[in-house]
Ligand binder design. Sequence first.
Ligand SMILES: [Zn+2]
Length: 445
Amino acid sequence: MTVTPPSPSRPANSPQSLFIHGGRIIDPASGRDEIGDLLIIDGRISESTARPTDSSIPVIDAKGLIVAPGLIDMHVHLREPGGSQKETIASGTRAAAAGGFTSILAMPNTNPVADGPNTIALMTQRARETACVNVFTTGCITVGMKGEQLAPIGSLVKAGVVALTDDGHCVQNNEVMRRALDYARMFDLLTLDHCQDYNLSAGGVMHEGHWSTVLGLPGWPRIAEDMIVARNILLSELTGARILMQHLSSANAVHLVREAKKRNIKVYAEAMPHHIALTDASIEGYNTNFKMNPPLREKIDQDALLAGLADDTIEILASDHAPHASYEKEVEFADAPFGIVGLETELGIFAKILIEGRVLDWPQMLGKLTINPARLLKLDRGTLAPGAIADLTLIDPAHPWKVDATQFHSLSRNTPFNGWNLPARATHTIVDGRVVWSLEKQFEI
Ligand SMILES: [Zn+2]
């Protein structure tokens, strides 16, 4: 059976030609890392690297820049339909482009939730009208994300989803999850799970530990994550289905995934900028921009996540971009919604923690943002091989900048990183050979 790679939703613009001169070409899919030129003809990477004789083809001088496959963020909340005061597909994809991302995977917890082909069709249509980067969709595991009755998985696949998830919620009924995974395996579809046992985390608003005691806030302990990670490992082994543990935050969970991989169980894991850059100590001032789910944990968890990234137990980096309006976040800590925006800061945070911190080098880090998500989701992207779709991100690895949330393209400002100094930044976001955003000209291209 031939499988057609899923096509993304975004406006159909004619693919373009482009010559990128003198950059450090990093293609983690092939191990290529060298200074060189790249020629794009009609939206595809050309075999030739010769400077085009056609003077109408634009040239980018990439001296000092990294030329990477277009970055893919496989964990983004776009809020449309139903939450356009927080984010729309238009604003969210602009935030993605300005962060260096050429493809994003939209989570299904919109309003209505994406538990059937109609909502997927609506999102796809809106993305075609308004998106500036590729939008791929996910469908819910269960109807209404209630964890009770399976969503029509076959119809969701037909509608074009590339993964299943109830993200924001977690299916508590193990029998329902087992059946969902049986279906997912039939379609060889990746299931993404937000790992949270509701009994063990009931009422929790931050990590259970020293700081939750000091601050008098109810705790959401590691064990609530670990329990579901362990459940998913067992169910993956039983069903043969592929499961990715979303936003790992607990040291024990990293350990469980590492051990499962040694036994060749098809489990994967994801790490977010906030969980590797911050701990629960930052909640000292009750700032709700430090409230997310799963919560910020302790140094031992941070260290375990970094070790997991270093030994590839965790193969995916993503943002969990979760926009909320200021009026929603400007309430008591316990009452505020979980989540922070991330698309416009994540590359800089990853460079600061992982590259400056000598946890990973650029090719290793970029692999977790390009070819790894592309392979897991079966997207025909994430590489600079000749013939590949010319989605690229140019990065200045030595471009210090200061985060200013008032400048975000996202409609929301809920970031814990405002005022941070970051060492690196995307300079060009290129989709199908067309520059959709550049640091110099922004969207005026
Ligand atoms: Zn989640």
